[in-house]
Design a binder for this molecule. Structure first.
Ligand code: CFM
Length: 536
């Protein structure tokens, strides 16, 4: 029984740790309905895989904006870590005569030293901004603060204002100190707030067609965003902006004029989707371009939203053509993968999306979890009213927006939305991860190193999809691990063609089981002994 397996892993904890962790680890089908505790503090001393608030703001949401000079105000270690980790892919380009430069190869930082901490860092920040404006003339300057800045109280927002007045360059500050909130999720929210305040709505370039969309929560890892854009364009759907993979201030500032928002990663960008709905009347549609069936459904849902027969016919043609092009390879990879099982542990959305791609190949999911998602990402948005705010979540500002007097528009009436719902197209809604999962599958929120090793031992999946921090531990234990954050530098995995690349990589890994031939020295002779949980 799944619950016995769970107990077997958790029973090794001390009573206090057990009490905490049992709320975060559940088996599907145990509850009625299944509920989970999420977005709360990790237990001190436990090796969590989470990142910090600054990582979520600078590293995740702002990081890919190519024409922005993003200045990290803080010690150089923080800057280096944000620069060298996530796979940001973009190139400089020109759209209707308007250029967007690309600064993603650069790392801008104030490199704070001890005297700056003692006497204040604003002077140094101003100097850094002057330099960056002088050398690069960026379209916009974004300032991100790290922990010490919050502790000493530098007023980065005043410096942003100073930049606009004195240097004539648009500047926005983000108080995303690493210690805020309980994970990088807090940083997503802080970034979303400033995007709606200062960037969305700053332009006035109308879309060229009546079927225009923004792609929200698509970060172009491995070129996924480019592949999705290719598909949408083939169907005749105009992409106004991408939040934020390969994205630019040039495009984001006009996003309020698009007709529909598509949401790929709900966790990181749902605040923008909601606020754009309130402020500009733009509906959002949860899509998933990971997986063959899911990509086809996402395209069809967009067609239903616009309701144009010609558009719908073109979408069907594109789906048929894309699938015809991959059928042979799909059959081959299916034959190699059918009946395998997988465990998935990633940040806040991929552990759901990739289950659907795995299903296309006949691979079952036996364990899935998120590092920092909220209950709605697991259970669906209907639980939002039941989520009790705590001291940590109250610390992150939640902003209310009013309908914009100039740009607010209504595209579909309530009646039309209900008709769409009857056709299975739910607007402004995300169903979460749980609903599509098999009974008995284990769910782990904020999985740690100990539980990773133990669950893999008892569940024995064929592959563990995770990140760099857990990949090598897994492989040294003889099991295949593929990274879902970076795709192990492969990709794109999105869309129809991407599914084949994914299938290829997975088959390659599973049928080259090099790791299973290795025995680490400590597997033969124990090298250290100890107890768990801080109690004897
Ligand atoms: Fe969204 Fe992401 Fe993810 Fe995320 Fe991330 Fe990422 Fe991720 Mo790594 S925005 S929640 S904070 S889909 S960087 S592109 S892979 S943990 S599952």
């Amino acid at each position: 029984m799944a619950s016995d397996l769970r107990e077997k892993v958790l029973e090794k904890y001390s009573a206090r740790v057990y009490k905490n962790r049992k709320e975060h680890v559940i088996a599907i089908g145990e509850g009625n309905p299944d509920t989970i505790t999420a977005n709360t503090r990790a237990i001190p001393g436990i090796i969590t895989q989470r990142g910090c608030c600054y990582a979520g703001c600078k590293g995740v949401v702002l990081g890919p904006i190519k024409d922005a000079a993003i200045i990290v105000h803080g010690p150089i270690g923080c800057a280096f870590y944000a620069w060298g980790t996530r796979r940001h892919k973009a190139f400089a380009d020109e759209k209707d005569g308007e250029k967007a430069d690309c600064y993603l190869e650069y790392c801008f930082s104030t490199d704070m030293q001890e005297p700056d901490i003692v006497f204040g860092g604003e002077k140094k920040l101003k100097q850094a901004i002057e330099e960056v404006v002088d050398i690069f003339h960026p379209a916009i300057v974004l300032i991100c603060s790290t922990c010490p800045v919050g502790l000493i109280g530098d007023d980065i927002h005043a410096v942003a204002k100073w930049t606009e007045i004195e240097l004539g360059t648009k500047a926005i500050a983000f108080s995303c100190e690493g210690y805020k909130g309980v994970s990088q999720s807090a940083g997503h929210h802080i970034a979303n707030n400033q995007l709606i305040r200062y960037i969305i709505g700053a332009g006035d370039k109308e879309p060229k067609t009546q079927y225009s969309v923004n792609l929200l929560g698509e970060y172009n890892i491995g070129g996924d965003g480019w592949e999705v854009e290719r598909l949408l364009k083939r169907c005749g759907i105009e992409v106004v902006s991408v939040f934020t993979g390969g994205g630019s201030y040039r495009d984001l500032k006009n996003s309020h004029l698009a007709h529909l928002n598509l949401v790929q990663c709900h966790r990181s960008i749902n605040y923008v989707a909601e606020m754009m709905q309130d402020k500009y009347g733009i509906d959002w549609l949860k899509v998933n371009f990971v997986g063959i069936e899911s990509s086809a459904k996402s395209l069809r849902d967009i067609g239903e939203y616009f309701g144009d027969e010609e558009l719908k016919a073109r979408i069907e043609e594109v789906i048929a053509d894309e699938i015809a092009a991959i059928t042979d390879e799909l059959d081959y990879y299916k034959s190699k993968l059918k009946g395998k099982s997988a465990a998935l542990y990633v940040g806040g959305s991929r552990s759901h999306h990739y289950q659907l791609l795995l299903k296309d190949f006949g691979v079952r999911t036996v364990l899935a979890g998120y590092e920092f998602a909220h209950r709605d990402d697991y259970e669906g948005r209907e639980v939002i009213p039941d989520i009790k705010p705590d001291a940590d979540s109250k610390n992150i500002e939640s902003i209310e927006v009013e309908p914009d007097p100039k740009y607010y528009k209504v595209l579909l009436t309530q009646e039309q939305k209900e008709k769409l719902l009857e056709k299975g197209v739910a607007l402004n809604y995300y169903e979460g991860m749980f609903k599509g999962m098999e009974e008995g599958a284990i769910i782990t929120d904020d999985l740690n190193h100990f539980e990773t090793e133990e669950f893999l031992k008892v569940l024995k999946p064929d592959v563990f999809f995770s990140g760099i921090k857990d990949k090598f531990v897994t492989q040294k234990n003889g099991m295949l691990s593929r990274q879902l954050h970076s795709y192990d530098y492969s990709g794109p995995y999105a869309g129809f063609r991407g599914a084949i690349t994914f299938g290829h990589d997975l088959v390659m890994g599973l049928y080259t089981p090099a790791w299973s031939y290795i025995r680490a020295p400590w597997q033969k002779v124990p090298s250290i002994q100890g107890t768990l949980g801080g109690e004897a």
